[in-house]
Write a protein that binds this ligand. Structure first.
Ligand code: SAH
Length: 410
């Protein structure tokens, strides 16, 4: 473990939290940060030791208040007091949260202010069981570098009474807020956000900087929650890719295009694919915003897209893949094996599905896992990110490009 990266004071036990048990999010809070890192290292080694040696985990210097996105759910107590916080695991009961060790402190303060404003604006909180009431959730996103703040009010209806005065009061308390969005979620669902966004103030998105690039983030787009560690995660992924400037890159599960755009200056061409249309719209704007001309982004299922790509001649030389916790699909991995890129950099937020997928790629394809580094994106929680590198063992391309090339490669 890279101990020098962990500041002295944080190696002591992190902190006690009054809602630790009910919330369940920070299951490692009782451990010192050094012990948390050691535990995650062992966990990743346990799952991946059959594939390759696991290099030391990259920990944070300051592992507190790192989350740039905070969601709060609103409800009444039996005494009709308004509370905001998180659902107790597996229930509809809201556990009140005043402050949190891992959330951004300004985001928490914005949520407290909104809670305080509700009675005077006669805004009722939504009841999951009866379907009555208006305010369901508040999501706050902070650009850690840009300082821009997005507030998303998730309502059961598009009508917020006295919305202008509400926004005015909110901005008076927090002039740093740069945009306020009303999101309509009128469905019986456990998803926080609904499909419709109405901008009440500002541009309807925030921008943030990672490395030298600036990214637009819309309310529904995925953006890594720990900005400090994201820069290290992407730097590790790009280092693994060993780009020379000549490669065609596939950025699969690309979100708002961050990894592909990070790699674009070191590659000939970048192709990104992502299921969420709003995120792809952000990715295209992000390419323009950063004057990157060799990147294009497509909406679609990574598996379907890759299957089509495998039938064409423009197969990627290097693939970055960053699927959700459920991991990748067999369709995607089968197509990858057919396209036979030289290197695959697999970024995973779930080492269990990573192990499953690495097993598939190494059993069904001619790939070997050569590097593996855990990155602590989620201090205090049991979660850990892992970057791993799959290298093609021979030069065999199972896909036929031209008979000449094929023979030469064999
Ligand atoms: N690489 C990005 C996003 C990673 S999160 C980043 O670092 O920010 C995983 C992304 O996969 C999400 O944006 C999600 O919308 C997308 N996704 C989920 N299932 C998908 C699928 N079947 N095909 C393509 N993208 C998918």
């Amino acid at each position: 473990m890279k101990e020098e990266q962990v500041s002295e004071k944080k190696t002591e036990s992190m902190a006690h939290c009054p809602v630790e048990k009910k919330c369940g999010g920070c299951s490692l809070l009782h451990l010192s940060y050094a012990k948390q890192l050691a535990k995650k290292q062992r966990m990743v080694e346990g799952l991946l030791h059959d594939f390759c040696k696991v290099e030391p985990i990259l920990g944070m210097k300051d592992p507190l208040h790192y989350r740039n996105k905070v969601n709060a759910t609103f409800a009444y107590t039996k005494e009709r007091k308004i509370v905001s916080g998180i659902y107790q695991e597996g229930t509809h009961r809201v556990v009140p949260v005043e402050s949190c060790w891992i959330e951004d402190e300004t985001a928490d303060a914005v949520i407290q202010t909104i809670r305080g404003l509700l009675p005077s604006f006669k805004i009722k909180t939504y009841d999951e069981d009866t379907g009555f009431g208006l305010l369901r959730h508040v999501m706050v996103r902070i650009g850690k570098k840009s300082g821009q703040i997005m507030v998303v009010l998730v309502l059961a209806s598009p009508i917020l009474p006295s919305k202008n005065n509400f926004v005015k009061a909110l901005l008076k308390a927090h002039p740093q807020i740069t945009t306020v969005i009303l999101n309509v979620n009128d469905k019986k669902t456990t998803m926080v956000l609904g499909e419709r966004n109405i901008t009440l103030y500002g541009p309807g998105f925030i921008e943030d900087t990672l490395g030298t690039l600036t990214f637009r983030i819309s309310p529904g787009s995925f953006y890594q929650v720990n900005s400090v560690q994201t820069e290290r995660l992407y730097a590790t992924a790009i280092d693994f890719a060993k780009l020379t400037g000549k490669e065609t890159i596939l950025d699969a599960y690309c979100g708002i295009g961050t990894i592909g755009l990070f790699a674009a200056s070191k590659a000939a061409h970048v192709i990104g694919v992502e299921l969420n249309g709003a995120a792809v719209a952000d990715a295209r704007i992000n390419a323009k915003r950063n004057k990157i001309q060799n990147a294009e982004f497509f909406v679609g299922d990574a598996g379907d897209f890759c299957r089509k790509l495998a039938g064409q001649s423009a197969a990627p030389d290097v693939v970055f893949m960053d699927p959700p916790r459920s991991g990748s699909s067999e369709t995607f991995m089968k197509s990858l094996i057919t396209m036979a890129p030289k290197r695959i950099v697999y970024i995973s937020c779930n080492p269990e599905t990573l192990a499953r997928d690495l097993k598939y790629m190494t059993t069904h394809g001619k790939y070997k896992v050569t590097r593996c580094i855990p990155v602590d994106m989620f201090p205090a929680t049991e979660h850990v990110e892992v970057v791993s590198l799959l290298q093609k063992m021979s030069n065999t391309r199972e896909r036929t490009i031209t008979p000449d090339v094929d023979q030469k490669e064999r």
